[in-house]
Design a protein around this ligand. Sequence first.
Ligand code: IPM
Ligand code: MG
Length: 376
Amino acid sequence: MTDIKDILVLSGDGIGPEVVPVACAVMQQAVAAHSVEINFSQALVGGIAIEATGGPLPEATLAKAHAADAVLLGAVGGPQWEDRPMDQRPEKGLLGLRAGLELFANLRPALLFAPLVEASSLKTELVEDLDILIVRELTGGIYFGEPRGVTIEDNERVGVNSYVYREHEIERIARVAFDLASKRNGRLCSVDKANVLEVTQLWRDVVIEVAADYPGVELSHMYVDTAGMQLVRAPKQFDVVVTGNLFGDILSDVAAMLTGSLGMLPSASLAASGKGLYEPVHGSAPDIAGQDKANPLATILSTAMMCRYSLALPDAADAIEAAVNRVLEKGLRTADIYQDGHADGLRLVGTRAMGDAVLNALEEGQGHPEQGQEAS
Ligand code: IPM
Ligand code: MG
C-alpha cells in the first residue's frame, strides 16, 4: 500500500523559489522507491507573504504547517524589505514558524563531500573527512528574550535585547545533543561565554548536570570566541557542538565554509513532537536570484534530513546523499563550488541542471530508471 505524506512547501524569497522545486522533485523520486507518495502543498512566508497579505507569517501558513507531516522552506528576506520595522520583516516569518511550531532543536551538519575538498577555505588535511554536527537552540536566547526594542532615555536612543535561558530550555537541547553524540563519535562540546555572561554559566551548569545521564559521551566546554578560532584552526577536533541560538547562528556559517560553500549546508529544526522544518542554512541570496545560478544541493540535502528525521525513511535519505556525492564526483559544480584554479574535469552548471543531474544519479542508484521516470 502506498503511504501518503503531507509536506508543506514554503519557497519564500530570492533563490528559494528556484531551489525548492528542484529539491521536491528529487525527494519525490527518492521516496517513490519506498512506496511513499508525497502530497506537496504550498503556502506563503517572508517577503512574498508581506506583499500578498501584509504580514510575513499569515495565520493560514502556520495552521497548514501544524497540519503537515513536515515543512520544507527555501529562504526569506531581501533588500526591498530591510527598511521595515523589525516585527514586519520577512525574517520574522521564519522566527514565528520556529516559535509557533516549537522547533527548539536545530541540527546543522557540516559534512565535507570528498570531491569538494578543494573548494574548502582550509587546507585539505584540515578538512578531509570533516563531519561535524552543530546543534543550535532555536526558540530561546537573545533571539526571543524580553525586554527588547529601542527606546528613548535621556534624549538618546537605547537598544536592548535580552539573553534569557530557562533551565528547561537548556536541558532539552542538551539531551538532544547528548543523544546525537552517543549515536556518533561520542564527543560533545558545549559552547558558551561563561566567563562573562551569567546566562551561559547557567547553560554550562545545566549541561554538566545532564551529562550525568550520558556516561558514554565525553563532554567538553569552550568559550565561543575560542570555538570560532578552533573551527578554522583544527575543525576535526569536533564531533557534536551544542550551543545557544545566536552562537549557533554564527558558528554554523563558519562551519559551512569549511565544507566548501554555504550552498552545501542543510538543516533540520525539530520539535519535541517530532515535527520538523527543513531548510538550507543559506539565505535568499537576492544578488543571484532569478538567474538559475543558485546551488540547490543544500535544499536537496535538507529533504534527505526530512526523510531521516520526520518520515522514517533512512534509506531514501541515504539514496539522496549518495546521489549528491555521485554528481559531485562527476564534476558538476554550481558557481559557488566551482574552483577556477582546479577546473580540470569540472563542469559549471545552473540550478536546474544540477537538480536534473541529481535526479539521474538517483535513478542510477535505484537501478530502476523506468520506475523513476514514472514517479516524477
Ligand atoms: C539562519 C538565518 C536566520 C537566523 C535568519 C534568516 C532569521 O540566519 O537560519 O541561520 O538568524 O536564524
Ligand atoms: Mg544564519
